[in-house]
Design a binder for this molecule. Structure first.
Ligand code: HMG
Ligand code: MG
Length: 301
């Protein structure tokens, strides 16, 4: 299969990247990160989540962050909404897309959202209906599609099952996530094959954490299947508070470097993207997790 000519990247850094940070990150810093990303021509940004502030304190300023962004036309600002309470709160912030999130592993579902997979689908059902009634598309993230921190390896049929359930309740698009980064290319491809039994190629995306250094290889493996949409995180920020040891998402800069090197258009302004990554890395007081950004910066110095 020819590789996709064009790839859509969703920068999830402000949400997935920062949700796990122990140090306080002010709303102003989050807003600046989002604005720097849009200035770098990212057209899809996952801004925040409307979850319980007791569970994820770092996202408690969700409404303030959404209200503070100087929105650019043509940019899609998405937010996580695990239930109706989250959706109703999110709606006031005028998101362009909402994200419900389930897991292919029962244990992870319990730890992450305090309910079974089946219960989570029932929580999402009214969210999907209400979002569609408001004209808002719904993405469904499926965590732990290859490995779970509590159950170990997860067979592809579990991803297929959750994809089917999401399809039944009307979720528009699904994201197949390797939450703890244990996936290797063939295993990730099998999870995608299971998802693609229920969704078309234009309605699936990849979400790879880089814990085991496999995320670029997994991205390439999915590009070879024709998958053209990916979640990435500037400076490779990220991690899930309920997946201990899981590190950040694949760095946006690394994916852009790889894609541009393969003549696949991303539309992203690399120098500005690197500046965004530098901004948040400096704030957090650590080196960027992007190998490409660090190498390019060293060459420029
Ligand atoms: P629960 O305790 O089962 O909910 O939590 P509940 O309905 O029983 O309510 C209990 C309390 O939570 C009540 O407050 C509610 O008001 C409040 P209290 O009376 O005790 O003061 N509550 C809420 N508050 C704000 N917003 C809400 C909300 N819902 C209830 N939406 C819940 C269920 C899902 C809320 C909880 O388990 C939670 O917040 N979990 C956090 C999940 C999370 O954010 N995880 C990280 C994101 S997922 C991820 O990173 C994976 C992903 O990147 C893909 C991948 O890599 O795999 C997407
Ligand atoms: Mg994630």
């Amino acid at each position: 299969m020819p590789l996709p000519a064009k790839v859509k990247l969703v920068d999830v850094g402000p949400r997935d990247g920062l949700q796990n940070e122990k140090q306080p990150v002010s709303a102003a810093v989050k807003i600046e990160l989002v604005e720097r990303l849009q200035d770098a021509c990212l057209r899809y940004i996952e801004v925040t989540s409307f979850v319980s502030p007791k569970w994820v304190p770092q996202m408690a300023d969700n409404a303030e962050v959404m209200a503070g962004i100087r929105r650019q036309p043509g940019v899609c600002y998405s937010v996580l909404t695990p239930n109706m309470q989250g959706f109703e709160a999110a709606l006031k912030s005028r998101p362009d897309e909402v994200v419900v999130f389930a897991a292919a592993s029962e244990a992870f579902s319990q730890r992450n959202i305090n309910c079974s997979i089946a219960e989570s689908i029932e929580r999402f059902r009214p969210v999907v209906a209400a979002a569609h009634a408001a004209g808002i598309p719904v993405r469904g993230a499926i965590s732990c599609t290859v490995g779970c921190p509590y159950e170990g390896e997860v067979p592809p049929e579990r991803t297929g099952m959750v994809a089917r359930l999401m399809k039944e309740i009307g979720v528009d698009h699904i994201g197949v996530a390797d939450t703890i980064g244990t996936g290797t290319p063939r295993k990730v491809q099998k999870a995608f094959e299971a998802a693609l039994a229920h969704y078309g190629i234009d309605d699936v995306s990849g979400h790879f954490h880089d814990t085991y250094g496999q995320s670029l290889a997994n991205t390439l493996a999915c590009l070879e299947m024709g998958v053209w949409q990916y979640d990435t995180s500037s400076a490779g920020l990220g991690g899930c508070p309920y997946a201990k040891g899981a590190t950040g998402n694949v760095a946006t800069e690394d994916v852009v470097y790889m894609l541009e090197g393969m003549d696949i258009d991303t539309g992203i302004d690399m120098p500005r993207l690197m500046a965004a990554g530098r901004f948040i890395s400096d704030f957090l007081g650590r080196k960027s997790n992007s190998r490409a950004a660090n190498a390019l910066a060293a060459r420029q110095a």
